[in-house]
Design a protein around this ligand. Structure first.
Ligand code: NAP
Length: 487
């Protein structure tokens, strides 16, 4: 199968850091279909050779194990081409059209790795140049809009030009092996399904913590914030994977229909819930891994009076039979105590205690997403010989089963972007987000944005290197629970 992958924004940060390394890995693993071209597109005037040289230089920044040898790069470079196209200039699309028509590949992928402000014009001009053929697929990077209205506007334009089955909206979390394993855990095993409900589960915690600050993306982040950058997309997609009903099969729409139902079942915000159950924070100077780091407002590109949140913790509920009354806590932020993405499923304690167990002890399933990829099942067991003690033999201690997927399957598993790029080329939509899911997610976060706009108390400060503002702990403590690292 021949393909042309047109990488709009082919000289940008995303292309260098994520897409090219992922394409190279697919090439190295032999999974990239033969007979393909990767065409970088931007406004620079580069020859193919100059583009290849730029990419070769950028590979020096990639992890050693993922870096090509000179011979490997030469073979990979044969796929790379460059075309100068200014997406805002209609006449430039003719050059692209002529190039693509001449080759007439079986599949054409248009990957829009550019600012979302260019998406609408790009789609309209692709159509005007006759490039919305049935064998074309379009890939849209996040953020797809900054609120419900802008998201709808982009989706409406794209859908005027491409049918839904040609549109691949990326949420790279769905491509992570650890998230695939969450689906496998739930729908490939029967063990947990009878327990996966309100009768047995006390609460579920989703944490996506980063220890990094905004790095070089301060200006972008200051317009975005943690709610739009992480909650509206990644965290809600994880919540869907945790809470959805088993789909009738593994086809894209069967999965997406079930995720949509979860989003539609999210309990609507009340003024009281907005005031109590959503905490926003912003990091101040602090110490991360022994290094003194500046506060958010002193980061390059950030407004010194910025009210943008770098941390969000919230309490959600899903109003359906399976989950009614079970709190789902979501927490994400920058400059937190560590890089750690995990889901903690806290089961209810045994209904009647016949042993001496540590206070509050109960079973817990920890699903590690990043940097570790694995599962821990926390149980209570009688370990030490405690015959000397009162109630001899009846005291239980916490122990856990530990499954490390990296050790079990090797760390060379297919990465998120590699997996997603191959899926686009193969036309598999399972791991991409449908427009109605996105709209529903925006609909749910919009009242939070509105509440913050009218609340001039602003985000609560937290010292870099901590787990966020203490109000996040107070929020969960109101339910008599605690974040997993606190208890
Ligand atoms: P970037 O570094 O600013 O790169 C933008 C790219 O678009 C450059 O190649 C630029 O090249 C090209 N471009 C800009 N205006 C153009 C025009 N009128 N016509 C043709 N090409 C144009 O941005 P980025 O960080 O790669 O981000 C790209 C998209 O991915 C954004 O939507 C971003 O939110 C999203 N994203 C990025 C990351 C990340 O880690 N970087 C992660 C997730 C999502 P010229 O200026 O030379 O034309």
């Amino acid at each position: 199968m021949s393909f042309d992958l047109v990488l709009f924004g082919g000289t940008g940060d995303l292309a260098w850091r994520k897409l090219m390394p992922a394409l190279f890995q697919a090439f190295r693993h032999g999974t990239l279909p033969a007979g393909g071209r990767i065409i970088g597109v931007a406004r620079d005037d580069l020859s193919d050779e100059q583009y290849r040289a730029l990419i070769r230089a950028r590979f020096d920044e990639v992890d050693l194990a993922k870096r090509p040898s000179p011979e490997e790069f030469d073979r990979f470079a044969a796929l790379l081409h460059f075309l100068r196209v200014d997406l805002s200039k209609p006449q430039d699309y003719q050059r692209l059209a002529a190039d693509l028509r001449e080759r007439n590949a079986d599949t054409v992928v248009m990957y829009l790795a550019t600012a979302p402000s260019l998406f609408t014009a790009a789609c309209e001009q692709l159509a005007a140049a006759g490039l919305n053929t049935p064998n074309t697929r379009i890939v849209l990077e996040k953020p797809l809009g900054h609120d419900l209205a802008s998201n709808r506007a982009i989706n409406e334009t794209v859908r005027r030009v491409f049918s839904e089955k040609q549109i691949f909206r990326i949420d790279h979390y769905l491509g992570k092996p650890s998230v695939q394993n969450l689906f496998a855990l739930r729908f490939g095993n029967s063990l947990f399904e009878p327990l996966w409900r309100r009768e047995t589960i006390a609460n579920i915690q989703i944490t996506i913590a980063e220890d990094l600050g905004v790095e070089k993306r301060g200006a972008f982040y200051d317009q975005t914030g943690a709610l739009r950058d992480m909650v509206q997309n990644h965290a809600l997609q994880l919540l869907c994977a945790l809470a959805m009903e088993p789909p009738i099969n593994a086809h894209a729409d069967a999965i997406r229909d079930e995720k949509l139902k979860v989003l539609r079942s999210l309990k609507a915000w009340t003024p009281q819930a907005l005031a109590q159950d959503v905490i926003r924070g912003q990091y101040s100077a602090g110490n991360v891994a022994g290094e003194q780091v500046p506060g958010y407002r002193s980061e390059p590109g950030v407004n010194p009076d910025s009210m943008t949140e770098t941390f969000v913790a919230l309490r959600a509920e899903i109003a359906n039979w399976r989950w009614a009354g079970v709190p789902f806590y979501i927490r994400t932020g920058k400059r937190l105590a560590g890089r750690d993405a995990r889901i903690v499923v806290n089961f209810r304690p045994a209904p009647h205690a016949i042993f001496n167990s540590p206070p509050g002890a109960a079973n817990r399933l920890v699903i590690h997403l990043q940097p570790k990829d694995g599962l821990e099942l926390h149980l209570l067991a009688q370990g030490q010989d405690n015959r000397q003690q009162k109630n001899a033999g009846q005291s239980l201690s916490p122990v856990h089963l530990d499954l490390d997927f990296d050790k079990r399957f090797g760390s060379g598993r297919v990465g998120a972007y590699e997996r997603l790029l191959l899926d686009v080329i193969d036309g598999r939509l399972n791991l991409f987000v449908r427009s109605d899911e996105q709209e529903e997610a925006w609909r749910w976060v919009e009242p939070i944005m509105e509440f913050w706009r009218n609340d001039n108390t602003g985000p609560r400060p937290y010292a870099a290197g901590t787990w966020g503002p203490s109000a996040a702990s107070a929020m969960i403590a109101r339910d008599a629970y605690c974040w997993s690292e606190e208890c």
